[in-house]
Design a protein around this ligand. Structure first.
Ligand code: RP5
Length: 167
């Protein structure tokens, strides 16, 4: 199936302050040329917007949502409660509790409303994007090819520099 031009991945976060972490997800989506959109949507500060976003996501053509939040990180869970689309949660590293609060807030969903929870911080943001592309790759060959190229390049980079003392 042809890759559509409209956003397939909705990348949302609870605050502008989350962008430092979530930009890594956006970079992967850009690198793999996956149409996506980026929005600040706060579960606590803009709850009505969150409901509207989650309720309309599928009809607007989104197929996966990545939600990053820190602290009392309710954004991924509440988004999952309002859409049947897969929701991938990224725990943003909080200043005081180093993201453990974010991780537990996102990962401990009650049975029946899943959120695919990634690692805290940059690794989680990158992997959320890669997992989103994996989901899309089941349907879109361009995503499958992009993912395979990414893996190959990554592997070759590691194999090319086996000695950690060299730059
Ligand atoms: C959460 O509160 C956001 O996801 C962010 O990680 C955290 C702090 O937000 P700011 O006070 O920096 O806007 O809702």
């Amino acid at each position: 199936m042809e890759l559509p031009r409209h956003p397939l991945v909705g990348l949302i976060m609870g605050s502008r302050s989350d962008w430092e972490t979530m930009q890594h997800a956006a970079q992967v989506l850009e690198q793999l040329q996956v149409p996506h959109e980026v929005r600040v949507v706060s579960a606590h500060r803009t709850p009505d917007l969150l409901f509207e976003y989650a309720e309309q996501a599928e009809a607007r053509g989104l197929e996966v949502i990545i939600a990053g939040a820190g602290g009392a990180a309710h954004l991924p869970g509440m988004t999952a409660a309002k859409t049947r689309l897969p929701v991938l949660g990224v725990p943003v590293e909080s200043r005081i509790l180093k993201g453990l609060d974010s991780l537990l807030s996102i990962v401990q969903m009650p049975a029946g409303v899943p959120v695919g929870t990634l690692a805290i911080g940059r690794a989680g943001a990158i992997n959320a994007a890669l997992l989103a592309v994996s989901i899309l790759a089941n349907k879109y060959p361009r995503c499958k090819e992009a993912l395979e190229r990414f893996r190959k390049t990554q592997m070759e980079a590691v194999l090319a520099e086996p000695d950690p003392r060299t730059a």
